[in-house]
Design a protein around this ligand. Structure first.
Ligand code: BDP
Length: 695
C-alpha cells in the first residue's frame, strides 16, 4: 500500500453487501469498438473484479443483474429504452435501475462515450462507498465545461511549487516511451471528471512550442484521448522572437499574427484535439503585450484568433503585477482587467486566482468575480500547497474552496455566489472553466503525501459541481482511499475538516497574510522587509507597529474594499460587520482592539496561534489511535508527516509570537507558554534548499 492506487483501490467488499452487489452485477454488457468504450469496459472489469472478487462475465444480451453501458449509438439495448438523455450534454450520464427485455438490469447511459465513462466511474464509486445499487436513478452533468489541471512543470523535470518529486512527464524519453503511469494519471483524472491538462509551467519556456516538444505533447495527448482529456500548453508571449526569429512579439504586428496562426496550424496538425493556450503575461517578469504598449485583451485576442479556426481556447491569467509598485497589490488585477471587460474574443477566458494576493491559507474572494459580466472568468485554485505547509502538512483544502465558491459577490443581488460566476449561470456564459494547479509529481503516491491526494480528488469533484459540500467529498474519499468503517470515516473526516482552519491559525490568523519565508515560502518570516519590492515583503502586509496591526484597505487606507459590490464593500469595510477571519486583511486596529471572544486582539492572536498547534497535536493523537485501521505503510508515513507538521506549526507559533511581541511590547496572556527561543534564533533559521521554489 504505497498510495499509487489513489482512490481507485477497488479492494474487496465484504459480507452481505457484497452478495447484494453480486446479484445486481451478474454480467456486463459493454462494447469496446471505440477507444473510450474500451477503457470504460476495462475499468468496469477491473473495478468490479476487485470489489466483488471476480469480474462479471461479458455478455451481449440483458439478463437479471446485467449492467448495460453505452450510448444509444453504441448499444442497441440502450437505444431501445428510449431514455431521456437530451439535457445531459456531452459529458453527462444517467444510471438507472430498469427492466430490460424482461430483466432487472442497471443501465449507465449517455449521449457520448465519454459520458458513459464518467457514469461508469460513478457506478464504481457507489460500490466503493458502500451505497445501495437497488433502485438507482442518478442523473449527472457537469456544471463547468473546462475542468483543467495546470502543471507548473518545467522541461528540465523540475516542478515549480511541486512537493511530490520531479515532473511526472519524462520529456527526455517522450514521445517514444509512454510510461504506464500516464494512463493511470488519465484514469484518475477521468474518475473525477477532469478533462484538460496544461502540461507545462506558466513561467513558460518557448521551446515547448517547437516541433520536437509538440511531438512529445502529442504522445501524451494520444494516451489521454480515450479518457476525454485534452492537452493544453502554456505559451510564452515572446515565443515569436525566441523560436520564430522575429524582432517583436507585438500583438498588433501582422508578422506576429501570422506567426501565431501558422504555429496554431502546426500544433493542430500534430495534436488535432489540442485544447489551447494558458498564458501568464506581464506578471513577475514574464513578457506580455504591455511590453509593446498593448493591453491584456490585445494579447489574448492575438492567440484567440490563431486558435479560433481550430476550436481552441485561450486561458489568460489575471495574476498580474506591474513593474511599478502599486499602493496595494491586492488592487492590481481588478484595476487592469475590469476596464477590458467585453473586449476579449469569444474563445478567451480570464483565469483568476481565488483571492487577490496569492493562494494564502485564507483570502477573501477575488474582487474580479462578479465584476466582469461580459467575460467568462475561470477559477484558479492551487492544489499544491505552496503556502500551506507543502506536502508534509495535513491540510484538506476542500473547506477553503467551498468557502470561496459559496461567497456572495452580490454582483446581481443577493445569492450571486462565486460558484455561479464560475458555472456561467450568473452572467449567462456557455464557456466556463476551473483550473487547479496540480500537486502531482513522480512520487509513487503521486501527491507527495497520502492526504494530499484528497485535494486532487476534491478539486476534480468541485470542478464538476462547484456546489458540492467539502465534507461529503472528504467522506467519499476516505471510504475509497482508506476504509469504509463508519466510525473510522467519521473520525478522519472530522480531522480533515478542521485541518485548514488549523493551518490558518498557526500561520496567519485573523486575516494576516503573506508572512512566509521569502521565495520558498517555507516556514514563518513575518520579519521580512527590504529586497527589490515592498510587496514581496511581510512587513508590507501586516503593517505592525507599536500602535497596532493590519492592512487598512478601507477608504482611509488603500480602499481596495471599494472593488467589491457595495453590500460586500460595506460589510468588509466596517469594523462592526467585517467577518473576524478577515479583520486584519481589511483593517489596521490597535493591539487592544476587542475581538468577538472578548479578548483583546493581542491575546486573541496568541490564542489562535496556540489553538492551531493544539489542533495538529490532536490530529497526531487521533491518527495514533487509528493504527489498527490503516495498513502499516500508509499509517507510518502519515504519522511521520504529522510529527513534522506539529514541529513546524510550533515553530510558526513561536516565531510569530516572538516577532509580534517585540513590536506590541505586550506580555503574553496568562496560561500561554512563551516561545522557547529568542526572535534572533527564529530569524537565523535558514533553508538554503526547500523544494519547489527556484525557476
Ligand atoms: C506564485 C508562485 C510562483 C508562480 C506565481 C504564478 O510563488 O511560483 O509563478 O504564483 O501563479 O504563487 O504565476
Amino acid at each position: 500500500e504505497d498510495g499509487y492506487d489513489l482512490w481507485l483501490r477497488y479492494r474487496p467488499v465484504e459480507g452481505v453487501r457484497a452478495d447484494a452487489y453480486r446479484m445486481r452485477v451478474s454480467r456486463l454488457v459493454a462494447g469496446d469498438a471505440m477507444p473510450t468504450q474500451a477503457v470504460t469496459r476495462a475499468e468496469l472489469l477491473r473495478g468490479l473484479g476487485g470489489l466483488l472478487g471476480a469480474a462479471p462475465p461479458l455478455s451481449e444480451a440483458a439478463a437479471d443483474g446485467a449492467v448495460v453501458v453505452g450510448t444509444p449509438m453504441s448499444s442497441p439495448s440502450i437505444a431501445r429504452l428510449g431514455l431521456e438523455l437530451g439535457d445531459l450534454g456531452r459529458d453527462g450520464y444517467l444510471i438507472r435501475s430498469v427492466t430490460l427485455d424482461g430483466h432487472a438490469a442497471t443501465v449507465i447511459a449517455a449521449n457520448e462515450d465519454i459520458g458513459a465513462l464518467y457514469g461508469a466511474f460513478h457506478f464504481l464509486r457507489l460500490l466503493q462507498t458502500g451505497q445501495s445499487i437497488e433502485r438507482l436513478d442518478v442523473r449527472e452533468a457537469p456544471r463547468v465545461k473546462l475542468r483543467v489541471l495546470n502543471h507548473w512543470d518545467n522541461l528540465d523535470g523540475h516542478v515549480e511549487r511541486g512537493y511530490a518529486g520531479a515532473s511526472i512527464w519524462d520529456w527526455h524519453k517522450l514521445p517514444d516511451w509512454r510510461a504506464p503511469r500516464y494512463a493511470d494519471y488519465a484514469r484518475a483524472n477521468a474518475s473525477i471528471g477532469i478533462n484538460g491538462t496544461v502540461l507545462n509551467n506558466v513561467n513558460a519556456d518557448a521551446l515547448v512550442l517547437t516541433p520536437m516538444y509538440l511531438e512529445k505533447a502529442a504522445a501524451l495527448a494520444d494516451v489521454f484521448r480515450p479518457y476525454g482529456i485534452r492537452v493544453y500548453l502554456s505559451a510564452r508571449f515572446s515565443a515569436p522572437i525566441e523560436i520564430g526569429g522575429l524582432e517583436t512579439a507585438d500583438p498588433l504586428d501582422p508578422q506576429v499574427q501570422r506567426w501565431w496562426r501558422d504555429k496554431a496550424e502546426e500544433i493542430y496538425r500534430t495534436i488535432p484535439d489540442f485544447g489551447g493556450f494558458l498564458v501568464k503575461a506581464n506578471s513577475e517578469g514574464q513578457p506580455g503585450p504591455q511590453d509593446y504598449g498593448r493591453s491584456h485583451a490585445d494579447g489574448a485576442n492575438l492567440l484567440a484568433d490563431a486558435l479560433a479556426p481550430h476550436g481552441g481556447t485561450v486561458m489568460w491569467r489575471a495574476f498580474v503585477y506591474s513593474d511599478e509598485e502599486p499602493d496595494d497589490r491586492a488592487k492590481q488585477a481588478y484595476s487592469e482587467f475590469v476596464p477590458l471587460d467585453g473586449e476579449f474574443r469569444d474563445n478567451v477566458m480570464v483565469q483568476v486566482k481565488n483571492g487577490a494576493i496569492d493562494f494564502q491559507p485564507r483570502e477573501p474572494f477575488h474582487p474580479l468575480f462578479g465584476a466582469m459580466p461580459d467575460t467568462p472568468l475561470m477559477m484558479e485554485f492551487q492544489i499544491t500547497k505552496e503556502y500551506l505547509g507543502f506536502a508534509t502538512h495535513l491540510v484538506y483544502l476542500g473547506p477553503m474552496w467551498e468557502e470561496v465558491l459559496r461567497a456572495d459577490t452580490h454582483a446581481r443581488g443577493e445569492g450571486s455566489t462565486v460558484a455561479k460566476v464560475i458555472d456561467g449561470s450568473l452572467h449567462d456564459h456557455r464557456l466556463t472553466g476551473m483550473a487547479g494547479v496540480a500537486n502531482i509529481g513522480s512520487d509513487r503516491n503521486w501527491s507527495g503525501s497520502h492526504f494530499d491526494q484528497a485535494n486532487w480528488y476534491a478539486y476534480g469533484r468541485l470542478a464538476w459541481d462547484p456546489e458540492l459540500s467539502s465534507r461529503s467529498i472528504a467522506e467519499q474519499w476516505v471510504r475509497m482511499t482508506f476504509s469504509g468503517d463508519d466510525s473510522f470515516v467519521a473520525t478522519v473526516v472530522d480531522m480533515m475538516m478542521g485541518s485548514r482552519e488549523a493551518a490558518v491559525d498557526y500561520m496567519t490568523p485573523l486575516g494576516l497574510h503573506h508572512l512566509m519565508g521569502s521565495n520558498h515560502h517555507y516556514g514563518p518570516g513575518p520579519w521580512l522587509g527590504g529586497g527589490p519590492r515592498t510587496d514581496w515583503t511581510s512587513v508590507y502586509y501586516h503593517r505592525a507597529t507599536r500602535a497596532g496591526i493590519g492592512f487598512d484597505r478601507t477608504a482611509s487606507g488603500s480602499n481596495a474594499v471599494a472593488q467589491y459590490a457595495p453590500p460586500v464593500a460595506r460589510e468588509f469595510g466596517d469594523l462592526e460587520t467585517v467577518p473576524e477571519e478577515f479583520l486584519l486583511w481589511f483593517h489596521h486596529v490597535p493591539w487592544d482592539y476587542r475581538t468577538q471572544s472578548g479578548r483583546p486582539l493581542w491575546d486573541e492572536l496568541v490564542h489562535r496561534y496556540t489553538r492551531g498547534v493544539d489542533y495538529v497535536r490532536g490530529m497526531r493523537e487521533t491518527w495514533r489511535g487509528l493504527a489498527g485501521d490503516v495498513d502499516p505503510e500508509r499509517h507510518a508515513q502519515v504519522a511521520a508527516f504529522l510529527a513534522i507538521q506539529e514541529k513546524e506549526a510550533q515553530r510558526w507559533r513561536d516565531a510569530s509570537i516572538a516577532y509580534f511581541q517585540g513590536i506590541s511590547g505586550l506580555p503574553l496572556p496568562e496560561g500561554y507558554a512563551p516561545p522557547p527561543h529568542s526572535l534572533e534564533y527564529y530569524e537565523s533559521l535558514e533553508f538554503p534548499y526547500a523544494p519547489g521554489s527556484g525557476r
